[in-house]
Design a protein around this ligand. Structure first.
Ligand code: C2E
Ligand code: CA
Ligand code: CA
Length: 774
């Protein structure tokens, strides 16, 4: 069934109602024909409304609550129509004279009203909170009471008190109609839309008012009131139902509405009308103390309205407070760093902009030195605590002279607007952190850059200057502060550019590996190889790792770069193994940055590199620079996983960092590499040279320690034969250094291995035969 057909229902029932009106007018002017005709209009209109509702139920898919409502409404319409049809028959049989309602009509109409009441009552209100539900009940009670007082006073009571006794059936039906009217009116104001269209329910509720008006009319004119009531008023009930069904068909998407707050006041007004009549109107027969009921009812309504007013006020105030609090909270969150409670970048920029607009400003950019190392080694919790402690330090050091902020990560700033105190603030910061801070008693350093600018300077420029100064401070050995001077931005810019360049270089394949042999000091045979990365820059030529590894570590690019180094080393080592057999080269070692160990994919990368290239795990040695950063729990876990794979680990630059026995024990190392600084001048044997003596002592201690722990050793940076001899005598059997072989390209290293294969017993020193790669 189409919606169009449904319009026809509406038109038809409207026409029926109109016919009723016209008939009544005609009948008033020239009464002809039986008055009972009036009783026909309602059943006819009802007979149109029933299929209208039924068609709606059949055609439109509604949620459960909606289906229930319309089913009950259809039942109600059927019952009402039937009830009035019976009445019409009775009216034709006898002369139509109220207060006469046949019993079947009374029952049918009563049941119909009941069905309608249940239907409207069951429409969900869509209220969730108990507070709101309570408020609604209050509102609805007020509205109901107001309606009841009004209808009771003007409708029901006069009927009860009328001289001409109304039949119990009529009174019951009228009472129900009143209840329905009052209940429906109060309910519809709170229907938010949803399963049943709000307007549709309002139209249905309108039928209650019609019924009430019907009763009032019948009471006002007991002699002939029933004729216009039947012909004009009552047919409006099915018309409204038909329209409601039509409306439901075209219901817009539900939206939530706020409850009508005027309803209680309207109810109060409604209760005041009978009140005024009782108090000031003509006294009338009052057998049951109805006047007092009205006064009591009106007073109750007013009291409830006051209570409601109080509740609403209280809720509004609370809501307002909540909103203010949450707005303040949001504002705070948007401008403050959650971890340290300092102002964040947003707030800092705002304050800086304001300062530069009026007085000019000085900015101290403060950056923790090596914070990433702390984070990596001791974990993020410790890192967070350090940041919190540092923020507190900064707050104290800045005092009233400046406003600290956390800009990002370990980058802080202090905005100083008082002229001439900036260096004092910087000094206070440096002094404060000279002692260990945070619960972990960590000793940290910070570098600071200071820049000032007069009013009118762009904040961006001032920050750029401060950043350049801070970068310079870091370059000059950290733990220091430096004031900006023109020209300082150049190295900082170069540094910033380097990060971008590295990314590009990795994508363009500009990295190469060179290979330096590890040589058996007893017979000169190559026993291993260290892979060292080079950057073959299109303009700058070959760039050594010192110039880009630190930047790669800072930017995180070391992770993909290191992955490539690892793979390439494995691939090359596997190729040499295939070409020269298992005895030619026992191990290949790439360098691994601690940063890589924090990459969650690291273990999988190592496994994949071995699997994909076919290099046996025991031929791979990962070189790690021994440092505090190897201690982290997570790092140790990764190292043990790699160790369990059969891959060996070498502690690089041993003796320079915080070498300690406990580190060697916790760390699953297989090899220690004695740092070059202990090899330099180790051959010098002057009795007076304490330094040389100390170096020898360290070299000896390291080899003894390694022996005791079952570790292999490699002596690094051997530059002449005397050093090689001395180290051999101290107990080192494997060495590495320019004297034994410079880092060379893969092809040259292949040639070296080939030569060694041809002369199995020859002592080799490659640097004399082959050109160095770097
Ligand atoms: P390292 O791991 O200690 O590597 C040894 C460095 O000493 C190499 O410098 C090597 O060329 C140099 N060397 C070897 N023998 C001698 C000698 O007899 N005398 C002197 N003066 N130097 C010698 P290189 O290749 O410039 O590497 C420097 C550092 O860069 C390496 O120190 C290592 O820490 C790092 N590095 C190199 N390649 C990589 C890499 O692929 N990944 C990572 N993470 N770091 C790397
Ligand atoms: Ca190394
Ligand atoms: Ca080394």
């Amino acid at each position: 069934m189409t919606g169009e057909r449904h319009w026809r229902y509406a038109a038809l029932s409207g026409a029926t109602a109109l016919t009723g009106v016209l008939w009544y007018v005609w009948w008033c002017l020239a009464p002809t024909g039986p008055a009972a005709l009036a009783y026909l209009v309602m059943p006819i209109a009802g007979a149109i409304a029933v299929p209208a509702v039924h068609a709606l139920r059949r055609d439109v898919v509604l949620p459960r609550a909606g289906r229930r409502f319309w089913l009950l409404l259809e039942v109600a319409t059927v019952l009402l129509t039937a009830g009035y049809a019976v009445l019409a028959v009775a009216a034709f049989r006898s002369s139509p004279a109220l207060p006469y309602l046949p019993l079947p009509s009374t029952v049918l109409i009563g049941l119909g009203l009941l069905a309608a009441m249940i239907g409207v009552g069951a429409v969900p209100l869509g209220v969730t909170s108990w507070a709101e539900r309570g408020r609604q009940w209050l509102d609805r009670s007020i509205a109901f009471l107001g309606c009841a007082v009004l209808l009771g006073h003007f409708g029901l009571y006069p009927m009860f008190a009328a001289e001409q006794r109304w039949s119990t059936g009529v009174l019951a039906v009228v009472l129900m109609a009143f209840l329905f009217a009052a209940g429906a009116v109060t309910k519809v104001s709170y229907i938010p839309g949803g399963p049943v269209d709000r307007t549709a329910v309002r139209l249905v509720a309108g039928t209650g008012l019609v019924a009430a008006a019907f009763a009032l009319l019948a009471v006002a004119r007991p002699e002939d009131g029933s004729i216009p009531a039947q012909a004009v008023l009552l047919p409006l009930v099915p018309v409204l139902i038909t329209l409601a069904a039509l409306r439901q068909r075209h219901a817009p998407v539900a939206r939530t509405l706020r409850s009508d707050s005027w309803l209680p006041y309207l109810a109060m007004l409604a209760a005041d009308v009978p009140l005024a009549q009782v108090l000031f109107g003509e006294p009338r027969l009052d057998t049951i103390g109805e006047g007092r009921l009205v006064i009591g009812g009106a007073a109750l309504v007013s009291t409830l309205v006051s209570v409601r007013q109080w509740v609403v006020n209280r809720d509004n105030t609370r809501l307002l407070h909540e909103r203010e609090a949450s707005e303040a909270r949001l504002q705070y969150d948007a401008t403050h760093d959650a971890l340290t409670g300092l102002g964040n970048r947003v707030l800092f920029r705002e304050r800086l902009g304001a300062a530069l607009a009026t007085t000019g400003a000085t900015v101290l950019l403060v950056d923790l030195d090596d914070f990433n190392a702390v984070n990596d080694s001791l974990g993020h919790d410790v890192g967070d605590e350090l940041l919190i402690a540092f923020a507190a330090t900064l707050r104290v050091a800045a005092g009233a002279d400046g406003e600290p902020a956390r800009l990002a990560g370990d980058e802080f700033a202090v905005l100083v607007t008082t002229p001439g105190v900036d260096e004092a603030v910087a000094r206070r910061i440096m002094t404060a952190i000279a002692a260990p801070i945070s619960g972990h008693r960590l000793l940290v350093h910070a570098s600071a850059g200071i820049a000032s600018a007069p009013a009118g300077t762009a904040a961006r420029n001032l920050l750029r200057d401060a950043d350049a100064a801070m970068y310079t401070a870091k370059q000059r050995g950290k733990a220091n502060w430096i004031r900006y001077a023109p020209g300082m931005e150049k190295p900082a810019q170069a540094h910033a550019q380097l990060g971008g360049d590295l990314r590009r270089a990795l994508d363009a394949g500009e990295f190469r590996l060179v290979y330096q042999p590890l040589v058996d000091l007893r017979d000169g045979r190559v026993v291993g190889v260290e892979a060292l990365v080079r950057w073959v820059h299109p303009e700058r030529g070959t760039v050594p790792p010192i110039e880009f590894i630190p930047a790669a570590e800072r930017t995180g690019l070391i992770v993909p770069l290191g992955r490539w180094v690892l793979r390439e080393t494995c691939r090359q080592a596997a190729a040499w193994l295939a070409e020269f057999g298992p005895d030619a080269l026992r191990k290949a070692s790439p360098n691994v940055s601690v940063r890589q160990l924090h990459d969650p994919d690291f273990v999988a990368d190592v496994r994949a590199a071995l699997a994909d290239t076919g290099l046996p795990a025991n031929r791979l040695v990962l070189e790690l620079t021994e440092s505090a950063v190897l201690r982290g729990h997570q790092v140790l876990k990764v190292l043990h996983e790699v160790h369990d794979m059969g891959v060996r680990l070498a502690l690089d630059d041993f003796g320079t960092g915080e070498s300690s026995l406990s580190l060697l024990r916790a760390f699953p190392a297989a090899i220690v590499k004695l740092d070059k600084s202990f090899v330099d001048n180790i051959e010098v044997d002057e009795p007076g040279s304490a330094a040389a003596g100390a170096r020898q002592a360290v070299a000896r201690a390291v080899v003894q320690l390694a022996d005791a722990l079952g570790l292999d050793t490699v002596a690094e940076g051997i530059e002449n034969q005397e050093q090689a001899d001395r180290l051999l005598r101290l107990g080192y059997t494997v060495g590495q250094g320019y004297h034994l072989g410079r880092p060379v390209s893969a092809e040259d290293f292949t040639a070296l291995l080939a030569a060694q294969a041809r002369h199995p017993s020859t002592v080799m020193t490659v640097d004399k035969d082959l050109p160095a790669a770097a």
